[in-house]
Ligand binder design. Structure first.
Ligand code: KG4
Ligand code: ZN
Length: 340
C-alpha cells in the first residue's frame, strides 16, 4: 500500500516551486524562477516577485501533476511555505495552496521554509539521521541549525549571519573583482588558477570569546575592496585569481570550522550542507576533508534540491502527514519573519 500523495508549494522569494512527494519519494519537481527579471535591479524586487508567482503558479502546479502522472483529485494533502520570506510572494503561494486544498477537499499544511531546506536532503539520501547539524548557505541565508526531530521538535537555531549571507559575500566580492553575476560560480571558476594564501583575508568571529556559531561576512567584502584599491592606487593589475582563491578559502574555512564545531559541541555525527553556496568546490572539499578527519558523515543534496523548490516543502508535508500531525486551518496566514 502506498502512502498519501503530497503537493508542496514554495513561493517565499523569487522561485515558484511545486513538488510532489509520496512516502519520502520524489514524484515531481518543477521550479520557475523570476531571477532574470530582478537582475537589472541588482536584487529581488518584491512586487515583481509577487506578480511572477501569480503568473507561474498554475502552470508550475499543472506541470508537476503531469510529471507525476496524477490528476488534481488524486492529491491527499497540500503543503505550503508560510514563512519566512517576502510577504507578497508568500501570500500568492498560500492563496493558491488554500484554493487547491479547499477545492479538492484535502488538508493544508503550513511549512517553515528552513524546515523545507533541511528535508530536501531526505529526497536524495533517505530519512534524516537525527540529530544532525544543518548548514544552510545561500544568497539569502547563512544558518547553522541543530535538528533533533524535524516534525516533532522545534529546530534549534544555533547561529546566523550578523550581516551579509555567504552567497551575498561571494556576489559582492565578485563585483569588486570585476567578475560577472552571480558571483559565487564566477569566483569558484577564477579561484582554480589562484593561490589561496596570496592574500591574508580575515576569518571573522573565529577568535576565542567570539560567538562560535555566528557569522559575519561584511568585513570580508571591505577587506577585498581595500585590497583591490591598494592595487589600483599602485597602478598594478589586479591578481583576480589570487583574490578569488583567497576569498573562497576564507569563506570555506569559516563555514566548515563553525559547522564542525557545532557537530562536536552537540555530539552530532551528521552534517548536512544545503543552499547555493553548497555548490562551491572549496566549501565541499574542505567540508569533506574536515568531516572525514572528525568521523562525521557529510550529506550534500544535489543542487536542484539545494536551492528553493516545492519538493522540499512537499517532503516536510509528507513527514507531517505520516506523523499524524494536524493540518493548518484554512484561515492560516503567512508569517514573513517566522522564527524557528
Ligand atoms: O540557494 P540559491 O540558489 O538562491 C538563494 O539565495 O535563494 O543561492 C544563490 C547563491 C548566490 O549568492 C550564488 O553566488 C551562490 O549561491 N553560489 C555559489 C556557487 N554557486 C552559487 N557561491 C559560491 N560558489 C559557487 N560555486
Ligand atoms: Zn531558501
Amino acid at each position: 500500500m502506498s502512502g498519501p500523495v503530497v503537493l508542496g508549494i514554495e513561493s517565499s522569494c523569487d522561485e515558484t516551486g511545486a513538488g510532489i512527494v509520496r512516502d519520502g519519494k520524489l514524484l515531481a519537481h518543477v521550479v520557475a524562477s523570476s531571477m532574470d527579471e530582478h537582475a537589472r535591479f541588482g536584487g529581488v524586487v518584491p512586487e515583481i516577485a509577487s506578480r511572477a508567482h501569480l503568473q507561474a503558479f498554475t502552470p508550475v502546479v499543472r506541470q508537476a501533476l503531469a510529471e507525476a502522472g496524477l490528476r488534481l483529485g488524486q492529491l491527499d494533502a497540500v503543503a505550503v511555505t508560510t514563512g519566512p520570506g517576502l510577504s507578497g510572494a508568500l501570500q500568492v503561494g498560500l492563496a493558491g495552496a488554500k484554493t487547491l486544498a479547499y477545492a479538492t477537499g484535502v488538508p493544508l499544511y503550513g511549512v517553515h521554509h528552513l524546515a523545507g531546506h533541511v528535508a530536501a536532503d531526505t529526497l536524495e539520501h533517505g530519512p534524516l539521521p537525527e540529530p544532525c547539524v544543518v548548514l544552510i548557505v545561500s544568497g539569502g541565508h547563512t544558518s547553522l541549525l541543530l535538528v533533533r526531530d524535524l516534525v516533532r521538535e522545534p529546530i534549534l537555531h544555533l547561529g546566523d549571519t550578523l550581516d551579509d549571507a555567504a552567497g551575498e559575500c561571494f556576489d559582492k566580492v565578485a563585483r569588486i573583482l570585476g567578475l560577472p553575476y552571480p558571483g559565487g560560480p564566477a569566483i569558484d571558476r577564477a579561484a582554480k588558477a589562484g593561490d589561496p594564501d596570496a592574500v591574508a583575508f580575515p576569518r571573522p568571529l573565529t577568535k576565542a570569546g567570539d560567538d562560535p556559531y555566528a557569522f559575519s561576512f561584511s568585513g570580508l567584502k571591505t577587506a577585498a575592496a581595500r585590497w583591490a584599491e591598494q592595487h589600483r592606487l599602485r597602478g598594478a593589475e589586479l591578481p583576480v585569481a589570487d583574490g578569488a582563491a583567497a576569498l573562497q578559502e576564507a569563506v570555506a574555512d569559516v563555514l566548515t570550522r563553525k559547522a564542525l564545531r557545532a557537530c562536536r559541541d552537540h555530539d552530532v555525527r551528521t552534517l548536512i550542507v544545503v543552499g547555493g553556496v553548497a555548490a562551491n568546490s572549496r566549501v565541499r572539499a574542505l567540508a569533506e576533508q574536515r568531516c572525514g578527519a572528525a568521523g562525521i558523515e557529510l550529506r550534500v543534496p544535489p543542487m536542484t534540491l539545494c536551492t528553493d523548490n516545492g519538493a522540499m516543502i512537499a517532503a516536510v508535508g509528507d513527514l507531517l502527514v505520516r506523523s499524524g500531525a494536524g493540518p493548518a486551518p484554512l484561515n492560516v496566514s503567512i508569517d514573513p519573519s517566522a522564527p524557528l
